[in-house]
Every structure is written in C-alpha cells, then in structure tokens.
Design a protein. Structure first.
Length: 298
C-alpha cells in the first residue's frame, strides 16, 4: 500500500503546491482521492498514467478539490483506451451534477474524439455512487469507509484498508477539530491530516514579481474574524496533533498548506500534542505503508 500526495496546497495557486489530490495504490489498483487543479500534471510527473486510475473519490466539492475533474475524466478515458469504466464516489447531488456537466459541455468534443479514433466506450458509461456518513465501498482487495466531518459544506474523511495486509490509511479531507475524524482515524497506520491554519514563515518570497500578491494576501497575520472562521472549517498544528494523538495513529502527514508556511513551526506544533512520526507534506511525497517509508519525486 502506497500513498502519493499529488497536490498538497490550498485554493491559492502556486507552482510548487497543486490543489488537493491523493493517490492510494493497493496492489495493481489505484484509487484517486480528490481532483484539484494540477492533478493530471502531477500524475504524469510521478510517472502515473491517468488512464490507470480505477476509482475517483471526492471528499467534498470545493474548487481546490474538484476543478481538474473535466480534464482528468477526458484524459482517463483517452489514456485508458476504453478498457475500464471509471467509477466516481462522492457527496450528491454535486457528484452527479459534475458528471452531467461534463457531458453537457463536452458532448461535441467527446464525439469528435470518437470520430478520430478514440475508444467508443469508457466515457459515456462512467458510473457514480453517492457517499453518505458510514458508506462502505469494497472489493476483494480493499475497503473504503466514509465518515462525515465538520467543514463549511458536506465533506467526508475516508478510511482505506488493504484487506490483504491489514494496513489502514485515513484521509481527513478538509475538517475542523471534531469527534468524527478522531473516530474514523482510530488506530490507523497513517493519517493524512488537514493543517491549513499554519504559522507564517519569516522569510518573504524571493521572486516578488510573481508571488507578492500571494504574500500580501495570505501570509500576513489573519484578522481575528478570519482566523475564527478558518477554525470552524480547518485545523491548526496543535489540533492536528491532538487528533493524531487521540486516534493513536502511527504517523501523521500534514497537508492542505497555504503559501509560505513555517514547516518547523508546523512540526513543533504537532509534536507538542503527538509523539508519533510527523511528516510535513510536499507535492510528490510518497509514503509506503508496509512499513512507513517516505520519499518525494519532486
């Protein structure tokens, strides 16, 4: 079982942090969780054919988690040679609406591609399955359980189990501190945890012509009202550490990071609450779960 953090960023566009997307590889099967901006490029950078993805799960439908869907769906079909039908799981009605919008907008594009030799199957027969609190999706090789967590819209954390090895990974999605994330993460080998509310780095960006607007808007200390609003929908390092500790996980990976955050302050904030292994994510991070072994491809 291997977890690849394709995109570890936020809604703020940056070259080194794409929108949220996480690949879980179990045997020969590949499960993609969320499809934020840059997902297809990150798959290719990591040597992964987008057409090889078996399932797509959405934690929720904010733009930094689903904006790449149209590109991914077409590329998955084209690069998969129509050999497999993509199955999509996520909260409804938005998951169904997203697929219907693909067909509404790109019907002529898809038909043109079919005329020039693209496979006739693998795109019109995409299947969607709604996710609710407590939903379980499973095959003979893996099991995925969904648990609704606290965010500004309907959102889910997922617990993924490799049924051959017994290894378990939990993806928090976007969530504030809540009992539900602790419960679904209980005893997991690895927790990939939202840590959006992180301390600002001391040093400004080197290329101010490119990044100054990001620096000005997102790295200044947040006003109290904005910080309070974020705490209703995301976690800070102390909360991420408390979740990991209360759930008694072995390793926590911190993700969903705003620009120019202080990595050491994130680590120390988590470590004040959690005495397990701590990894501050970056795009391309690969974490093997048999046993835990972290590397990066970028």
């Amino acid at each position: 079982m291997k977890v690849t953090l394709l995109g570890t960023g936020s809604p703020v566009p940056l070259p080194d942090r794409a929108g949220t997307s996480i690949l879980v590889s179990i045997g020969d099967e590949r499960l993609l969780f969320d499809c934020g901006p840059g997902t297809v490029t990150r798959l290719l950078e990591n040597g992964i054919n987008p057409g090889s993805i078996d399932r797509l799960f959405f934690t929720h439908h904010h733009i930094d988690h689903n904006a790449e869907f149209f590109n991914f769906a077409i590329t998955n079909w084209a690069r998969g040679n129509g050999s497999e039908t993509l199955r999509i799981h996520g909260p409804n009605p938005w998951t169904d609406t997203l697929l219907e919008s693909l067909y509404d907008i790109y019907e002529e594009d898809i038909e043109y591609r079919e005329e020039v030799g693209y496979p006739s199957n693998g795109i019109w027969d995409v299947e969607t399955d709604p996710v609710d609190d407590g939903s379980v999706i499973e095959t003979s090789r893996w099991r995925v359980e969904a648990r609704e967590v606290d965010h500004s819209i309907e959102a889910y954390a997922y617990r993924i189990t490799d049924t051959q090895t017994g290894r378990e990974v939990v993806l928090s999605g976007d969530t504030s501190m809540c009992d539900e994330i602790v419960e679904i993460a209980d005893g997991a080998d690895l927790l990939v945890q939202d840590c959006c509310i992180a301390p600002v780095a001391d040093d400004p960006p080197t290329d101010e012509d490119t990044d100054a607007y990001v620096w000005d808007e997102y790295t200044s200390e947040l006003p109290d009202e904005k910080r309070a609003g974020l705490h209703e929908t995301h976690c800070d390092p102390s909360e991420a550490g408390e979740i990991a500790s209360n759930a008694a996980v072995d390793t926590v990976v911190l993700t969903h990071l705003l620009p120019y955050r202080d990595r050491e302050a994130i680590r120390s904030g988590v470590a004040a609450q959690f005495d397990g292994d701590i990894i501050v994510a970056e795009d391309g991070l690969e974490v093997g779960v048999d046993p835990i072994d972290a590397t990066t491809n970028r």
